[in-house]
Design a protein around this ligand. Sequence first.
Ligand code: FES
Length: 160
Amino acid sequence: MIPADQMQNDQYAHLKKVIEEKKKIRNPLIEILRSAQEIFGYLPVEVQEFIAQELNIPVNQIYGVVTFYNFFTMTPRGKYNLNVCLGTACFVKGAPRLVQMLSEELGIQMGETTKDGIFTMSAVRCVGACSLAPVFVIGEETYGRIDSKDKIAEILKRYK
Ligand code: FES
């Protein structure tokens, strides 16, 4: 059950409006979940419960969809996605070491978000910059030939 004060929250009000609009289309669940993730930044259980209640469907059905598609997340995302390429070229050129250095620098593991909420580290396949391997991507920027923690620190501080 969703507490009344949460219902007054702008985000829930926005989501309720979205649900009302999208309810009319066929199979609206994925569209609604996409919007909910845009509104909240992620899909915590409370949001899933709210959607279940509004659509009058079991929350398990929603949970099943959220966990099936990897573009849905149940944990808060950072302001920036830091995507580390684990494609073949990057892997061969030291992506595992790059992941380790990033983990140490950020204090998180793959899939986690930094305490300050700035970065979420994820693994991706080839991003088309193999000649710069190993690479990671933040937003539109691709950073390549990363072979030291100093380089990483210098790049990350641009986002803080
Ligand atoms: S394998 Fe990493 S950019 Fe291609």
